[in-house]
Design a protein. Structure first.
Length: 67
């Protein structure tokens, strides 16, 4: 992977991690306020989707090493 591509992936990864933290804070706030369970469930699903994208980007950066 070229240096510029790796820098772009790392930047995207940082943004996704921040978005994941934001969703976590929002979900906790919604739960503490007593928001609708369906809305909380939808937010958790979006958060999980972001986590999956984070994992995919991390896999691009870290090469597979067969031990």
């Amino acid at each position: 992977m070229a240096d510029q591509e790796q820098a772009d992936v790392r930047l995207s990864l940082a943004r996704l991690r921040q978005e994941h933290e934001d969703y976590d804070a929002a979900i906790n706030a919604m739960i503490s306020v007593g928001c609708d369970a369906l809305r909380v469930q939808r937010m958790k699903k979006k958060k999980l989707s972001i986590k999956d994208r984070i994992t995919a980007l991390e896999d691009q950066i870290i090469p597979d090493i067969i031990a």
